[in-house]
Design a binder for this molecule. Structure first.
Ligand SMILES: *Cc1c(COP(=O)(O)O)cnc(C)c1O
Length: 406
């Protein structure tokens, strides 16, 4: 069984006791939640030291999720790019279609461990909602998912799936009626229900200890990638790329590589329609340090510090904040962050579909686009590894609409 926690190193030792990654992170929450967060931190630390917890989680990841996910050589995409080899870490093949299930199973097990009997979650595109609903069905926990009313309308297949799985979906009618409003509503519920309820946060964001816990549960992606790279290439890749929304698939992919400083890492944010406020969802590129949803990190905000509107064709990247550890990695220069526009991502979806027979999520296509750009300028013996975070069935209708392929 693989170990749950990677070895710490100076660049990956965070967070400290206050939940800080350098300047970033922390725990900016009302008193009521502080106790629950301390309880969660203690439960998590004891769980990772418990071989039974580890083997329970590993078993679920193997038999329910289908891990390890394959490492795949994108041969025709590589030939097309005409440079370095492009390899995909196939998180799209996981049960429920994305990396999110790695985290929800871990947190659902923690819910049991804390003796809590109810789960709440937020969701944007519905991927985290479906993954939470799945984990809760498997572990016999009642689950309520908050989802912006606008997203409920746009993501009907996922809403139906959650309801089939026995989860109650609560549409949120406040604000922009999207992901950030759903997070606000979930936090409000948690304030009132914290005694018996665990909040399964879906990305490496939020107050300490969530960024650490989500990163660690997702680090199975990077750990497997290292093992598989050693087995297939006898060494590590020359470049690793992942898309960044809240930053959980990227943190999971990058974290085990962070101490290998000769491996460059690139995170790709949502460039949307361009660089004007409201046209993108790229806080590491255009944001300023600020507090959103309980932690200090780069946030898209106006001159008065109000959180800005965001846009991305991919619902999973459409969030004005980002996990605090990414802000730290950006600040230290260990990881380079760039962007990919809606149009580039759309083209990359089609490109991957037609060259490899793989219909990937619009989110993941941001990483595919960057990989192809990088491959062009590199030698054929170089290896680029992408985290292909999810499959694209959910986006097929939207891609068709945006490309005018009626
Ligand atoms: C949710 C989602 C993302 C973005 O979330 P991160 O926390 O940044 O990983 C990316 N890809 C897919 C397929 C998703 O479902």
């Amino acid at each position: 069984m693989p170990q749950l926690l990677p070895e710490p190193s100076p660049l990956s030792a965070g967070p400290d006791r206050q939940g800080r990654f350098g300047l970033f992170g922390g725990k900016y929450v009302p008193e009521t939640l502080n106790y629950a967060l301390e309880e969660l931190d203690a439960a998590y630390e004891s769980a990772v030291a418990d071989p039974e917890f580890n083997s329970r989680l590993s078993e679920l990841l193997r038999d329910l999720v289908g891990r390890p996910s394959p490492l795949y050589f994108a041969e025709r995409l590589t030939a097309q790019a005409g440079g370095a080899q492009i390899w995909l870490k196939r998180e799209d093949l996981n049960h429920t279609g994305a990396h999110k299930i790695n985290n929800t199973l871990g947190q659902a097990l923690l819910t049991h461990r804390m003796g809590k009997t109810r789960v709440i979650a937020e969701t944007g595109a519905g991927q985290h909602g479906v993954a939470s609903a799945t984990a809760c069905a498997r572990l016999g926990l009642p689950c309520v998912v908050y989802m912006g009313a606008e997203d409920v309308r746009r993501q009907q297949p996922n809403v139906r799936a959650m309801r089939f799985l026995g989860t109650e979906v609560r549409p949120v009618e406040t604000g922009s009626r999207t992901l950030r409003d759903a997070v606000n509503e979930a936090m409000r519920d948690w304030m009132a229900s914290v005694k018996d309820t665990h909040y399964i946060l879906g990305s490496a964001v939020g107050p300490h200890p969530f960024p650490k816990i989500v990163r660690d549960f997702q680090s199975v992606i990077g750990r497997e990638s290292i093992e598989q790279s050693q087995a297939r290439f006898g060494r590590l890749p020359d470049l690793v790329i992942a898309c960044v929304g809240g930053g959980s698939n990227a943190a999971g992919m990058f974290y085990p590589f962070v101490q290998s400083t000769d491996v460059p890492l690139i995170g790709v944010e949502a460039g949307g329609r361009g660089g004007q406020p409201g046209d993108h969802a790229a806080p590491l590129t255009f944001g300023q340090p600020g507090i959103l949803h309980g932690s200090l990190s780069f946030v898209l905000q106006d001159d008065d510090g109000q959180t800005s509107d965001v846009h991305s064709a991919s619902a999973g990247l459409d969030y004005p904040g980002v996990g605090p550890e990414h802000s730290f990695w950006k600040d230290t220069g260990r990881i380079h962050y760039t962007q990919c526009t809606d149009d580039e991502a759309l083209a990359a979806v089609l490109n991957l579909a037609r060259s490899e027979g793989i219909l990937c999520a619009l989110e993941s296509a941001h990483a595919v686009h960057e990989a192809v750009e990088q491959a062009r300028h590199r030698r054929p013996d170089e290896i680029i590894l992408i985290c292909l975070s999810g499959r694209g069935d959910k986006d097929a209708a939207e891609v068709q609409r945006l490309l005018g392929m009626e």
